[in-house]
Design a protein around this ligand. Structure first.
Ligand code: COA
Length: 276
């Protein structure tokens, strides 16, 4: 792996390696807690990466022993209690990147959870398409422990990512849990020993990079948008999206895939992808 530093924002580092872009929350001394600056940096970074031609897959991780210790209690909460404008700006940026931008990001996203993941960090965690955790990472809905409830969309996005029983348990007890438990309750795809974390993340990123990017994008958009549609809306949307994809896919994946299977008999779609 040969990482090249691409952009060094004040609180976020962006590095590239052969189509995989590593976005690292970079306030290790504050356990990567999200202050207003981090929200502004992440919003800018994601906007740039959406259109960056070299970026095929985004990995979101954290510097030091933490993935992200949630909102910064000092700078995000206390620091804006008496500054309505700054609170509003930080809050908009915070919701925008942690949910809308990340959830609908046009390329695959992987949360590589290397350490602490608390409170407000659950929103970007769940927004990512995939999550791989270190066995030793520590998760927690710690809000209850310091006198608030999981707000800022956390309680809402939990509905998509945890069972009712597990969510209620962790929201109301604030109990921390490790990466293995996060995998057991399916908050992450799987967990691995810390020394394997990067390797396993790269393996997944490499797998995704082999797929047709236009189809990958459509596949995630369709699934994510349809979750809140009724059946007839979903049917209509998928039909329109399918037509749009056929007309705009530069690789003409559908035709190529069928030709290689039906005519050339060079692969089996059930067992792997067509040759690009
Ligand atoms: N907000 C503001 N500052 C934070 C922070 C947060 N969410 N998380 C960590 N920090 C700061 C600490 O105040 C400390 O700053 P200091 O060196 O100026 O005193 C520094 O980061 C290191 O934290 P510390 O607690 O000493 O590190 P640790 O490794 O012993 O513990 C945590 C790490 C993450 C377990 C602990 O810091 C913690 O519980 N943080 C709060 C997590 C939380 O509830 N987040 C939800 C917010 S919605």
């Amino acid at each position: 792996m040969a990482l090249t530093l691409w952009k060094d924002y004040k609180t976020v580092k962006v590095e590239k390696d052969d189509g995989t872009t590593w976005v690292t929350l970079n306030r290790p001394e504050k356990r990567n807690a999200m202050n207003p600056q981090l929200h502004y940096d992440m919003l800018e970074a994601l906007t740039e990466l959406e259109v960056d031609k070299e970026t095929q897959v985004v990995v979101l991780t954290g510097a030091g022993p933490s993935w992200c210790a949630g909102q910064d209690l000092r700078e995000y909460f206390r620091g804006t209690d008496n500054n309505a404008l700054e609170r509003r700006k930080a809050s908009w940026a915070s919701q925008e990147w942690r949910w809308r931008r990340l959830f609908y990001f046009p390329k695959p996203t992987i949360a590589m959870v290397n350490g602490f993941c608390f409170g407000g960090a659950f929103t970007p965690l769940i927004a990512c398409d995939f999550a791989i955790a270190s066995d030793t990472a520590t998760f927690g809905l710690s809000e209850i422990n310091w006198g608030i409830f999981p707000g800022g969309l956390v309680s809402r996005v939990l509905v998509d990512a945890m069972s009712y029983r597990d969510a209620m348990w962790y929201i109301m007890t604030g109990d921390p849990f490790d990466g293995k438990r996060a995998a057991e309750v399916k908050l992450v795809n799987f967990s691995v020993p810390p020394e394997k974390l990067r390797e396993e993340t790269i393996k997944l990123a490499d797998k995704l990079k082999k797929k047709n990017p236009a189809v990958l994008r459509a596949a995630k958009e369709v699934y994510k948008h349809c979750r809140t549609m009724d059946y007839s809306q979903a049917e209509e949307y998928m039909s329109a999206k399918g037509t749009a994809l056929r007309l705009t896919d530069p690789e003409k994946g559908r035709e190529t895939g069928m030709e290689q299977f039906l005519d050339k008999k060079t692969y089996r779609p059930g067992l792997g992808e067509y040759k690009r």
